[in-house]
Design a binder for this molecule. Structure first.
Ligand SMILES: [Zn+2]
Length: 51
């Protein structure tokens, strides 16, 4: 993740909010949220047990 302003690598905040990652630019302090998990995210479905 690069800062759009400074074009330098942003550091990742270790706290994560739900499915978001927070990135902070060490230079300008800009915060960027990255959404983790796209449409194609697989939800774990319970296996149907046939009796
Ligand atoms: Zn920056």
């Amino acid at each position: 993740m690069l800062c759009p302003r400074c074009k330098i690598g942003m550091r990742e905040e270790k706290r994560s909010f739900h499915k978001k990652r927070k990135w902070i630019c060490p230079k300008c302090g800009r915060v960027k949220m990255q959404y983790v998990g796209k449409r194609g995210e697989r939800k774990r479905s319970k296996k149907i047990i046939k009796e």
